[in-house]
Structure formats: structure tokens, C-alpha cells
Design a protein around this ligand. Sequence first.
Ligand code: GAL
Length: 383
Amino acid sequence: MIRPTLAVLLLFAVQSITVGDEPTSEDFGKTKAGQSVELYTLQSGKGLIAKVMTRGATLVQLHVPDKNGKSDDVILGWDDVAGYESEDNQYFGCTTGRVCNRIAKGQFTLDGKDYTLAINNEPNHLHGGVERSLDKVVWKATGYTRDGGHGVRFNYTSPDGEEGYPGNLNVSVNYYVPKDSNTLTISYFAKTDAATPVNLTNHAYFNLAGAGSETVLDHVLRINAATYTPVDDTLIPTGKIESVSDTVLDFTTPKRIGARIKKLDDAATIGYDHNFVLNPQDDKSKFYNLAASLSHKESGRTLRIMTKEPAIQFYSGNFLKRQTGKGGKTYAHRSAICLETQHFPDSVNQADFPNTILKPDEEYKTSTSLQFGIMQPPAAKSE
Ligand code: GAL
């Protein structure tokens, strides 16, 4: 009889963490307006733990193991609702919409009618508005299990005219962690009763060394994009689609984020803050396209982002201002990055960009998967 050694038993114990049957939920406090906020915990059998709250259907914590099995929270955020409601919150981890990114001068025309939205990022509209954008409202949540994995489905109905957008919009955001891998899949669904623009993303700020580490410039990034949408001085696309080759935006092969960023210090974007047009999926039968991959040598952590969206906004945390976050940690300038899968900015005013208008007989349906792993040592050379 073969007897497992102690080492094998220990390895097994580390690799297969026991997962409870259901995701758990707890009270996360109240908003200033007195609404209760719930926090759900989703856990994979491989060590990933995601905590998501009902305010803004927001990803609050994301713990993943490093090369030695040590877990760290790799996203920025706060320990309480007050942090998320403070001026310091720059959309940390939230569901962003109804339309993420910028709409030029907060204006668009749809079916012959002019719409005016809040100008909250002079002179433009940013991330869905001011008081009732999707990141600031409290959503309903239902936890569930599927194939042994944990999920939570958030739902919110945004009434006609909320933040200036037309149509009653019913939105769902589904976070799911399968049992057998360190993956978090975020899926979005929406239905409307009047034509309206919709462009949803998640705005997590990542640092694979652990949130609160001083810099993210030592991370290596690859973006699966040969082109991007250049912008004007107010970060609105000019309408052109240009090649990244021979520019600091060429991440078609893995590059250290800090290698060329100084060249963008004086640009309107003050660092990386660009919409990359993803290369078309080679294999049309595949559900997802690769958007980006990120790695951090010291911790050994890797992240692959797979998506059904046509683009990704790479934002290098240029406006982080040393705010104090979770566990008293400081979030320094460029100490985390956002990799926001989405449709192009200002699509509602750009006829040649992929469509973002949802009509009453259609369903908005999209999905992005965050796949965490560990860097593999280079394969030994064979003789
Ligand atoms: C990003 C955007 C940046 C900045 C940031 C929030 O999505 O591209 O320009 O607004 O959100 O501080």
C-alpha cells in the first residue's frame, strides 16, 4: 500500500481549502442616508476570497495567494461605508455606470431628443453622474451556489430620468467564484423600456503586491491591443483609431508599467489613461477574448483579464493622492491600476464606434473574468 507522506498531506490541505455551502453575508453598516449595506463573502477552494457590498455592487476586498501561499488583499478600498462615501473615493471597486468613462460636455441626442447630463469632470460627464450613479445607490442582493462555486447577484432598477438618462433601466451584476480556480467572473445584464446608452464596467484598483504597496510601476503588463482611441485635451476621443506601435502605448508584448510612463507626465492624461481597442478574437467559437495580463515578480501573482467587451481602459492611478484606506494603508500616486473592460468612451456621440444604445426589445449582456495565478518558473532546458 502506498502511504501518503506528511508533505503530500500538508500540500493537499493547503490546496483544497474547505468552502462553505453558501456564500455568507454580514452587516457592513449604513449609508449617510440610513440605508443598510450588506457585505457578501465568496470563496473558491483554491484560496481566492472576494467581498462585495450592496452599495454600488462594489468589490470591497479581493484576497489571492502569492507564490508562497500567503494571501493578500490586492485591491484598494475601505473598511467601512463612510470611506466609500467620502471625497477620497475615486470609484474604488464599484460597478460604474449607467455609462462608464466620459461623455463629451454631458450631451447626446437620441431619437431626435437632446439629453443633458451632469458635468462632474469639467467639461465632461464621467462615470454615470453625481448622486445616483450606479456606484452610489444601494442594490438588492441574492447569494447563491452553483456547481459548488459561490455567487451573488445584485439588482437595481434605475428610474427613467435618473442622472438625466432616459428609460427605466433594470440592471443586474453577477459576481461568481468557481470552486476549482482563483477566478472572479463579473457578468452584467440590463433591460430598458426606452432606448438609452449603457456601458458598464468594474473600477477595481489592483496592486498584485497587496493594496497599499508604494507603487505599481514594477508590474509587467501586456494588453492585447494593436490600436487605441486618441483623445483631446479633455480626454474625449477624437474619433480616430491609431496604432500603438512606436508609442509608449505599445503593450502588445509584456512591458514594465514604469518603463516609459514618465513620457506621459505632461500629457493631458498625466500617465496612462487610455482606451485600448482589443484585437479581434481569433477563434470566434471562444466565449471570451484576452484583454490584458498583469504580473508581479516578487509576489509571483499574475492576473489575466478575459472579456466579451471590445476595449479596455488602462488607468495608472494618476489621481491617487495618498488617501488612507483599508487597515490604515496609504494609497500613493500610481500605487494601483485600473483595467476597465468596456465599450469606447463617448460612444454615444461617435457614430463609427461600436454601439452602446440599448433598445427595449434587446438585452444588454456582457461578462469579464479575472483569472489569478502564479508565475511559472521558466521550463528547464532539455539536453
Ligand atoms: C478612470 C478614468 C480616469 C479617472 C478615474 C477616476 O476610469 O479613466 O480619468 O477619472 O477613473 O479617478
